[in-house]
Write a new protein. Structure first.
Ligand code: PGA
Length: 249
């Protein structure tokens, strides 16, 4: 049985004050869920958010990190620094790949660094519209997953979460149909089985991301290989996000 994860990626939204306010609204609304709930605020808001959620069932993580432990990398945050305050980290979000030149190699370095520092990384993968139209989706997924997890074994996979986020569905209002998403998720699980064996493949949570909202969470979660959601826009308001967290199959 895989416990669903409903994660909110707040991207570059919300000041510290706004983030705390939203979390205070969210806490009572999701207090009864058995799903894991993780919020990824901007760096400045992370520590205040962690202080705010003490004693609640919400976790807080970071949206990115560098792979080096320390050094002359202006503007960056290291895995050691992340590990001082949280275990949750998003790695290789498509916006990082698209706007900040993250490659499969840097993503792999970050994944390795996350595990070396005892963190729980969520590896984000997904194809562009062009790639989907050229019927390259499964090939892209195989490459991104294989290189992102290069050097990993079953033991290192224990704390890893995968997020499949088709780029054409992020922030566009276009969600993959449940069948389209399931096809890719099943394929990811098959690749995990090839790489790490059946047990790891069955245990690994694979989240779907891309215009998830209260209106489509139930149909997505009804699919066998969809184990949760990574939610951007619809995570910004506590009442909307809590409707996703509290979905009923
Ligand atoms: P969206 O973003 O829900 O706004 O499409 C998802 C994501 O980028 O993680």
């Amino acid at each position: 049985m895989r416990t669903p994860i409903i994660a909110g990626n707040w991207k570059m939204h919300k000041t510290i004050e706004e983030a705390i306010d939203e979390l205070k609204k969210l806490q009572p609304l999701v207090k009864d869920t058995t799903n894991e709930v993780v919020i990824y605020p901007s760096f400045f808001a992370v520590k205040p958010c962690i202080d705010t959620i003490q004693g609640s069932n919400i976790s807080v993580g970071v949206q990115n990190m560098h792979f080096e432990e320390e050094g002359a990398y202006t503007g960056e945050v290291s895995p050691k620094m992340v590990g001082e305050i949280t275990r949750h980290v998003l790695i290789g979000h498509s916006e990082r790949r698209q706007y900040y030149n993250e490659t499969d190699e840097t993503v792999n370095n970050k994944m390795k660094a996350a595990i070396a520092h005892g963190l729980c990384p969520t590896l984000c993968i997904g194809e562009t519209l062009e790639q989907r139209e050229a019927e390259k989706t499964l090939e892209i997924i195989r490459t991104q997953l294989g290189s992102g997890l290069d050097g990993f074994d079953a033991d290192k996979m224990k704390d890893v979460v995968i997020a499949y986020e088709p780029i054409w569905a992020i922030g566009t209002g276009k969600t993959a149909t449940k069948e389209t998403a399931q096809e890719v998720h099943a394929n990811i699980r098959m690749l995990l089985k090839e790489l790490f064996g059946e047990e790891t493949a069955e245990k690994t949570r694979i989240l779907y991301g891309g215009s998830v909202k209260p209106a489509n969470i139930v149909e997505l979660m009804s699919m066998d290989d969809i184990d949760g959601g990574l939610i951007g826009g619809a995570s910004l308001k506590a009442d909307v996000f809590s409707d996703i967290v509290n979905f009923n199959l």
